[in-house]
Design a binder for this molecule. Structure first.
Ligand SMILES: NC(=O)c1ccc[n+]([C@@H]2O[C@H](COP(=O)([O-])OP(=O)(O)OC[C@H]3O[C@@H](n4cnc5c(N)ncnc54)[C@H](OP(=O)(O)O)[C@@H]3O)[C@@H](O)[C@H]2O)c1
Length: 302
């Protein structure tokens, strides 16, 4: 779409049956790169990339236009995806000039849409489009986008909501709608399923290091186990996937674990207890443990 078309019609075409809005990415970081790759694969060329840099780094699609200043990218687009760090979303929305009929969304999970107040005051529609995926490696993230979930926040029934739902569909993302005020809670949960897995793996690798296995070797051995667990969750749900001595009610093995960890230090045992207690609840929910086994394990884990 030509961004100079009558502004009020830019989004009201409702992309599903009309013309796709010109899309700009502002902030050429990891999320922007992954979205650009994924969009290109879906046959959607990004109209403009707003950046403080003069050239894109390696890994960007060849079809992507060279970066221009953020304001020029905003001017060229009907839909702007603001992909800057959370702490700079509000300042960018204030500093850039927006126009009525235009739409801007940020891609953050944690930041409220109210951070885009500067754009809303200028008459732009504002919203959120948070892809629930890890973007540390943009190419891999682009590979994983299809089938991932995206949290959409936009005024119910608005042209922007329809556009974001369509964008999600084009990218193969499963849209969910975020209720107002739940962003921080939603984002904590997303963190638990992502980076919060790392301390568990770090603890495991650290234990193996105490008997001479380095991190690479430990991860080569432990990651298939982790993937197997995630596959089991997918197939059987959380309670159905629980396994190991706690699920079996093997109190003696749990005692041996705690004794081994006590030799390392109190923090190692505390970490184990903190993660073991919810497993007891899951195993009980799955019908693997009777009340007596639950009581025995809980006492052991006190
Ligand atoms: N990383 C993830 O796993 C992930 C997942 C989902 C959502 N998100 C969200 O997506 C957004 C972008 O995250 P990201 O991981 O892509 O961040 P990133 O890789 O750090 O990229 C952010 C980009 O914003 C621009 N930028 C940096 N500082 C700026 C400033 N002070 N003012 C204006 N622009 C600035 C830079 O682009 P230029 O150099 O081109 O200006 C930078 O490359 C965040 O809101 C984040 O919460 C991230």
């Amino acid at each position: 779409m030509n961004a100079s078309l009558p502004l009020s019609s830019e989004l009201s075409t409702g992309w599903p049956d009309g013309e796709r809005p010109a899309i700009a990415l502002v902030g050429a970081g990891r999320v922007a790169q992954a979205l650009a790759i994924a969009l290109e694969r879906c046959g959607v060329a990004v109209a403009a990339i707003g950046s403080r840099r003069s050239a894109l780094g390696p890994g960007w699609p060849e079809s992507c236009p060279q970066p221009i200043c953020p304001q020029a990218a905003v001017d060229a687009a009907a839909l702007v995806l603001l992909t800057v760090p959370d702490d700079h979303i509000a300042a960018c929305a204030e500093a850039l000039h927006w126009r009525p009929g235009q739409a801007v969304v940020h891609c953050s999970g944690a930041t409220e849409v109210a951070a885009l107040a500067g754009a809303a005051r200028a008459g732009a529609a504002t919203g959120g489009f948070h892809p629930l995926q890890i973007f540390s490696d943009p190419l891999r993230a682009a590979d994983r986008l299809a089938g991932s979930t995206v949290a959409i926040e936009a005024e119910a029934g608005s042209a922007l909501e329809r556009t974001l739902q369509t964008l999600a569909r084009v990218l193969g993302l499963r849209p969910i709608v975020l209720p107002p005020g739940m962003r921080a809670r939603y984002h904590v949960a997303a963190g638990y399923a992502a980076s919060f897995l790392l301390p568990v793996l770090a603890e495991a690798a650290g234990l193996w290091k105490t008997f001479g296995v380095d991190e690479a070797e430990a991860l080569a051995a432990l990651l298939p186990l982790a993937r197997g667990t995630l596959d089991a969750v997918e197939g059987r749900g959380l309670a159905g996937a629980v396994s190991g001595p706690i699920a079996r009610g093997d109190d003696g093995v749990v005692g041996a674990h705690l004794a081994a960890l006590a030799a390392i230090g109190p923090a190692a045992g505390d970490f184990y207890r903190r993660l073991a207690r919810p497993q007891v609840a899951l195993a009980h929910e799955a019908g693997r443990l009777d009340a007596a086994a639950v009581a025995r394990l809980r006492a052991r884990l006190e």
